[in-house]
Design a protein around this ligand. Structure first.
Ligand SMILES: NC(=O)c1ccc[n+]([C@@H]2O[C@H](COP(=O)([O-])OP(=O)(O)OC[C@H]3O[C@@H](n4cnc5c(N)ncnc54)[C@H](O)[C@@H]3O)[C@@H](O)[C@H]2O)c1
Length: 437
């Protein structure tokens, strides 16, 4: 045992600001409202349902995570957000079409009270989208100051002690890091000059980090994953996490691939295709937004299989990812994977996976857990990249000198060991010699 880390109590209200009140956000908000009234269960959420083993297996200690570490209570959360559409959260949830109308009606007044603040938006970064609820400003710096004013006004109006911001907006066009992103100074100069290399998502992230808020990116955009933001996070003690929530097909990929690798089964090809018909699917139908998503989805296998260490098994792997916009399915995505395997003596085998999932149903618990753990991290004095939250993301943020960890089971171990470390409990190595000596 080591001494526990000092963690400030989770007392008072927690303001949760979501950028983009689309399918994921409204499913998260309506879900939390229903759960806290006892109308539904938080299935899929580690912070609400998960347990954590402590000490030796013979001790039989396995408290619930939310009884082990001081997390905010669901009752203390106040939601708000921005969107380019003016409809309130109830109407937006109806448009998204994820949850049944009768379920939405149970929490209708609370949803209707959440009205989107005008957004920072420029269609250059999301080609398939346009809407009226958009801020005007003389440059991007001015827009960032307006977002900061929104954060402060929300905090004061709702009497929040702490705040968290999560980007749940649409996937922006593919961008690479440039000189503007290198330092806080160059970034702020870029804001003044409305530099093209600063998309809307970065304006929000900058505002959050300027205010010292924890920030997570649920989408694959570059957003907070640039040196200027990391410097700002360190300066203002903001924990950050991202990128791109690990939900449907990639979740399954990072469950299956570590298993194949563990048994040293070779993989020659992995063909993944999806159909989805929600607004996210429509945005991803634009090749520039799809490129951002594709890059995020494709990297996981490379890191899990480590072809540089196992060239005979994985060097020639062909990995193809496709997403097709298909309106009849709405948010209920269908994904197919065909995996061409090789076994003993090089004999070929095939594995087929057909996942009929619901995108936002898988995403909502991730948004909730990210909020809870980022708020915990902030109160525990942890700032910058929170690698222990890699568990939730397709392209986990990581220090420049290490590769990202994609294996879901290593990610979970890292997350739980971080919680044990925070509370001064022994880390679990799974060595287990002591039971046999
Ligand atoms: N659902 C999943 O399983 C999943 C998984 C990983 C990542 N994501 C990503 O999460 C994001 C949200 O997904 P969704 O299904 O809710 O999409 P959605 O299209 O339903 O919602 C996105 C919302 O963001 C708004 N928006 C876009 N740009 C904005 C801006 N600059 N400011 C404010 N609002 C803005 C849009 O108007 C829309 O209402 C997408 O980028 C998606 O790729 C979703």
């Amino acid at each position: 045992m080591t001494s526990p880390v000092q963690i400030a109590p989770a007392s008072g209200k927690l303001g949760v600001l979501l950028v983009g009140l689309g399918a994921v956000s409204t499913t998260t908000i309506a879900g939390v409202l229903a759960i806290r009234r006892g109308l539904a269960r938080p299935i899929g959420s580690l912070t609400q349902m998960g347990t954590i083993r402590l000490g030796k297996r013979t001790e039989n200690r396995a408290p619930k995570i939310n009884e082990f570490v001081p997390l905010a209570s669901l009752n203390d959360i106040v939601f708000g957000g921005w969107d380019i559409f003016e409809e309130d959260c109830y109407a937006a949830a109806k448009t998204a079409g994820v949850l049944e109308p009768v379920q939405l009606d149970q929490v209708r007044p609370e949803l209707e009270a959440i009205k989107p603040m005008p957004a920072v938006f420029d269609q250059r970064y999301v080609k398939r989208l346009d809407g009226p609820n958009v801020k005007k400003g003389k440059n991007k710096r001015d827009l960032a100051e307006q977002v900061i004013a929104d954060i402060r006004a929300f905090k004061a109006k709702h009497g929040c002690d702490r705040m968290v911001m999560i980007w749940c907006g649409s996937t922006e066009v593919y961008m690479k890091e440039t000189a503007v992103h290198a330092t806080i100074e160059s970034f702020e100069k870029g804001l003044e000059q409305s530099d093209d290399a600063i998309p809307s998502s970065m304006v929000y992230a900058y505002a959050a980090l300027r205010e010292g808020l924890p920030f997570a990116n649920a989408a694959p955009n570059l957003t907070a994953d640039i040196p200027a933001m990391l410097q700002l996070a360190a300066k203002n003690k903001s924990p950050i996490a991202g990128n791109d929530m690990k939900t449907g097909q990639t979740l399954i990929k990072t469950i299956i691939a570590p298993g194949l690798k563990a048994r040293l089964l070779g993989v020659r090809g992995w063909y993944s295709t999806n159909i989805l018909g929600n607004r996210d699917g429509e945005v991803l139908d634009d090749p520039e937004s799809f490129k951002t998503k594709e890059e995020s989805k494709k990297s996981a296998l490379d890191y899990i299989f480590q072809p540089h260490l196992y060239p005979e098994l994985y060097e020639d792997l062909t990995h193809v990812v496709r997403i097709n916009y298909y309106p009849p399915r709405g948010d209920n995505k269908e994904g197919w994977d065909n995996i061409d395997l090789i076994g003993w003596l090089g004999y070929p085998m095939q594995l087929k996976i057909n996942f009929l999932c619901r995108d936002s149903i898988l995403a909502a618990p991730i948004v909730l857990d990210s909020v809870m753990f980022l708020d915990l991290a902030k109160r525990a004095g942890m700032s910058g990249i929170q690698e222990w939250l890699s568990f939730y993301f397709k392209s986990p943020m990581h220090a420049p000198e290490v590769y990202p960890e994609h294996d879901l089971f290593i990610q979970l171990m890292k997350l739980k060991n971080t919680l044990r470390y925070l509370q001064g409990e022994d880390l679990i190595t799974h060595l287990g010699r002591e039971y046999y000596d």
